[in-house]
Design a protein around this ligand. Structure first.
Ligand SMILES: [Zn+2]
Length: 270
């Protein structure tokens, strides 16, 4: 995991852009540095792993379902389900990361689960006609596979390994939601923010995220000024950096030290 670390000092390199303000020079230097590094830092374990292809499926199970799977490109902020909406398809993220939210009476939102390649989204619809409990939205754009709920249901009916997979998925989902309850109730917002960023990084294998402060406030269930203060504080500690709706993890180890104990409980099995 050390490979995530970026030497933030490189980000201060000067890029020669004539006739523009000094601030623009710095912003452009950061953008070019981080964008170049991201390709090299991208960890391809998920693609190369013989154990997991997408959605927590082993190669064997993936191949079994392959005739029924459709590839999908998921775009940032795209909704897969609305709260109480019908679930037609189950998604198996590959490089995409999906957040599930609950909306409070006053309109604020809070994230209750985050899923990447280690899990599937929408499994509550298997053997049930129940509607989506949570709203599901794409947090990190990327690739995924999807399958009609009814087809997956039939395949699970006749496959013991798929039944085991579903059982494991439900257990992991319950574990994550239980941990989130503890986290959202007992841990400080900055700790939760650090944990969440690490969870995104583990699942997406990226150092750079397109995240506005408003979106982060919606994830953590806080008001935007709190996010502004936290982001500033973490930048001063050289753990993250940010420009124009983008956040960069510049020192993963620092983030780990500042995260809450939930992080170690929620490391995905990838
Ligand atoms: Zn926590």
């Amino acid at each position: 995991m050390e490979s995530y670390k970026i030497d933030s000092g490189i980000a201060r390199q000067h890029v020669d852009v004539p006739n523009l303000s000094p601030e623009f020079h710095i912003v452009e230097a950061k953008r070019k540095t981080y964008e170049n590094l991201e390709e090299h830092m991208f960890d391809t374990r998920l693609r190369d792993s013989p154990l997991v292809v997408a959605g927590g499926l082993s190669v064997g199970l993936f191949n079994k379902l392959r005739p029924f799977l459709k590839q999908a490109t998921l775009f940032k902020d795209e909704y897969l389900y609305q709260q109480d909406g019908q679930i037609e398809c189950i998604f198996f993220p590959e490089t995409a990361v999906i957040s599930e939210f609950q909306t409070l009476a006053d309109g604020r939102t809070i994230e209750v689960a985050v899923t990447g390649g280690e899990g599937a989204v929408g499994i509550s619809s298997v053997w049930s006609s129940s509607h989506a409990v949570n709203c599901a939205q794409v947090c990190v754009a990327g690739s995924a596979y999807k399958i009609e709920s009814k087809i997956l249901e039939k395949e699970i009916d006749i496959s013991r390994p798929l039944q085991t997979w579903l059982h494991n998925q439900i257990n992991s989902y319950i574990k994550q939601i239980s941990q989130k309850v503890i986290c959202n109730t007992h841990h400080a917002v900055e700790e939760r923010f650090c944990t969440w960023l690490l969870m995104l990084q583990d699942r997406s294998k990226r150092n750079k995220f397109n995240l506005t402060q408003e979106y982060i406030a919606g994830v953590l269930g806080v008001y935007r000024p709190s996010v502004t203060c936290m982001a500033k504080s973490l930048r001063q500690k050289n753990a993250i950096d940010y420009i124009r709706g983008q956040i960069f993890i510049t020192d993963r180890q620092k983030l780990k030290k500042m995260s809450c104990s939930c992080y170690s409980e929620l490391v995905p099995n990838l």
